[in-house]
Design a protein around this ligand. Structure first.
Ligand code: GRF
Length: 215
């Protein structure tokens, strides 16, 4: 039943959404690279085990990732979920967990990769933005797309209001997709294709604007 390891670095609002969606019981451990991550406090609220692997104690990315993977492997998780984990992972780490490692990014990838996705989208004047859940590959904010959610950019939006709208969507889409992955309804096939159990293939309307589709 305990299937998931979650990696966080900060606030942890996606972690909270995942727990609130009934998945706390599936989480083996929440690991953070910073001791003061809000995500650790949320994990404790839900009586989930926590660990800190402070990246500053490691001289290279390789060494940090090696430590991280030793810990992760000790739990033998089915799925590793990046939920605001702000470290670039090495190729070795990513290929070790190919198909078992997912991320959420606050833009409609492949547009607006990187840390400032919401403000970059806002400044570019796009009319639609959203969030993307994807399998992680060695390229930052890249990898086979599992699901995308769409929100409009409204006339009175600021960078902040747009970011809030995207985040609210993340909180719906991420737990939904995590459930699908641990239930084997979504897998990564050969040639980086995302395979969705046909019976589960669907399109959901979420509130006034948002919708997501996965395939
Ligand atoms: C989210 O916007 C997510 O898309 C990005 O990092 C942020 C994490 O926020 N990868 P939180 O820590 O879950 O509140």
């Amino acid at each position: 039943m305990n299937d998931i390891v979650i990696l966080v670095s900060g606030r942890g609002s996606n972690l909270r959404a995942i727990c609130e969606a009934g998945l706390a019981k599936n989480i083996i451990c929440v690991i953070s690279n910073t001791a003061d991550a809000g995500g650790l406090t949320i994990a404790k609220e839900y009586q989930i085990a926590t660990m800190v692997v402070d990246h500053k104690l490691y001289t290279t990315r390789e060494n940090f990732d090696l430590k991280l993977s030793t810990i992760i492997d000790s739990f033998n998780p089915k799925l590793i979920v990046l939920a605001g984990f702000m470290r670039i992972l090495t190729d070795n780490f990513v290929s070790r967990y190919l198909g078992k490692l997912i991320n959420i990014h606050p833009s409609l990838l492949p547009s607006f990769t990187g840390r400032n996705a919401q403000s970059d989208a806002f400044r570019a004047g796009v009319k639609l933005s959203g969030a993307t859940v994807h399998f992680v590959t060695a390229v930052l904010d890249d990898g086979p797309i599992i699901a995308q959610g769409v929100v409009p950019v409204e006339i009175n939006d600021t960078e902040e209001t747009l970011a809030q709208r995207i985040l609210a969507l993340e909180h719906i889409i991420y737990p939904f997709i995590i459930k699908k992955v641990i239930d084997n309804q979504v897998t990564l096939g050969n040639n980086n294709t995302v395979i969705v159990n046909k019976a589960e293939q669907d399109f959901l309307a979420l509130g006034k604007y948002s919708q997501y589709i996965y395939y």
